[in-house]
Design a protein around this ligand. Sequence first.
Ligand SMILES: Nc1ncnc2c1ncn2[C@@H]1O[C@H](COP(=O)(O)OP(=O)(O)OP(=O)(O)O)[C@@H](O)[C@H]1O
Ligand SMILES: [Mg+2]
Length: 145
Amino acid sequence: MAPVKPIPLKSEADTLALGARLAAVLRPGDTVRLSGGLGAGKTTLARGLIQSRLGAVEVPSPTYTLVQAYDWGEEELWHCDLYRLERPDDAYELGLIDAMGEAVVLLEWADRLGPLCPADALSVELDFEGDGRAALLSGWEGRDV
Ligand SMILES: Nc1ncnc2c1ncn2[C@@H]1O[C@H](COP(=O)(O)OP(=O)(O)OP(=O)(O)O)[C@@H](O)[C@H]1O
Ligand SMILES: [Mg+2]
């Protein structure tokens, strides 16, 4: 397979726009891992994705609530920040494990789920690049991103 080329994101507007592009190809039941260090732009991408469909709704970082749910057509969209999840099993109590496979689920800090993260999750890896960022997509083959 050809090596995947990172997508340059020179400004916050580019990160929001990539979120909007992904929103257009998401299917119910998709799980998306948003990875990258502190401040890499995970919440920004989620915001662009959500607002492209729902308009100017507030999209706060779910740092403390861990989960923020939105109406998303037939199903819901769950935006999760698992940084503060203490054990993978705590995701059951949040309802997250039941939601996965039905709702669209966006996960910041998905590694906190350990093996409970679906193996077929789509992935967006954000990296710092100069003053901006770059995104590496995997698992999106066959989708017209
Ligand atoms: N492509 C970009 N170029 C420059 N700045 C960006 C870009 N994308 C996002 N930012 C900025 O990076 C900062 C951090 O973004 P954000 O909160 O989305 O990161 P995060 O990965 O969710 O952080 P955390 O790990 O704390 O959850 C924000 O000020 C945002 O505007
Ligand atoms: Mg965040």
